[in-house]
Design a protein around this ligand. Sequence first.
Ligand SMILES: Nc1ncnc2c1ncn2[C@@H]1O[C@H](COP(=O)(O)OP(=O)(O)OP(=O)(O)O)[C@@H](O)[C@H]1O
Ligand SMILES: [Mg+2]
Length: 267
Amino acid sequence: MNISTSATADSVRDVRAGHDDPLVRVRNVCKEFGAARVLDDVSLDFHRSEITVVIGRSGSGKSTLLRVVAGLTEADSGTMDFDGQRVLEDGEYTEQWSQAQSTIGMIFQSYTLWPHMNVLTNLTFAPRIVHKWGKKKLRAQAEQALDEVGMSGFISAKPHQLSGGQRQRVAIARALMMRPRLLLCDEITSALDPPVAAEVLGVLSRLKRDEGISIALVTHDMAFAAKAADRLMFFDAGRIAFAGSPATGFSQTENEELRKFVDAVRF
Ligand SMILES: Nc1ncnc2c1ncn2[C@@H]1O[C@H](COP(=O)(O)OP(=O)(O)OP(=O)(O)O)[C@@H](O)[C@H]1O
Ligand SMILES: [Mg+2]
């Protein structure tokens, strides 16, 4: 089933139209926390309807990068274009930003659902305010989003009644409610055991394929990176030390840092 929203319709159209300009284009972004330069002149593209897997050591700047793209952390300098529109200019968000931001969803490792709300309320809380949809539409969209992640039947459940994998699938469904064109996922499977993590990541692969949603995913799951990533990005001390195909990345011999990292996490 497809989520029939305008943003995903745009995504699907992008693919059919064979757009090859990136959905997100980041150039020369810098971010310092105190004396630490956490993003050091970062330039990258997130391509339409692709999964980009971001890897790198703890503290290398992966979460900061996703947070800057999502608008949760301000950059000090640099530019960002979203769907061809300039949304960040010299570290300042432009007028085009609010439109773009409403089609960017971000999901985190934990604390993703509001514990006191049931699944339906978790899903409908933001769109009720942002889109001002009525009750019927909210429920219909929630049912559709839950169906999309294989969680129909859990609409009245409370988060504590769900397993970790189910919670993350509901978190993805909640992001789908906001009609995302881009999903940013920060270690969303790191608290899950491997089969459950594989299931959650499988949901993302299906969303890319069926809805044309672009996905940027920070993970230590090299098996998923090798199998499902269209592009691999390796962060090292605030810089992108490698960006290219997973096949090239995993067989990299020239980039010593990447080689060491991949060897260390390979099982
Ligand atoms: N709000 C903040 N204030 C101060 N320092 C911060 C802040 N957020 C991140 N940092 C610092 O920036 C650096 C990069 O952090 P970031 O969370 O982006 O790394 P990461 O690659 O996601 O690491 P991990 O794999 O552990 O999640 C770290 O040294 C961190 O301590
Ligand atoms: Mg992180």
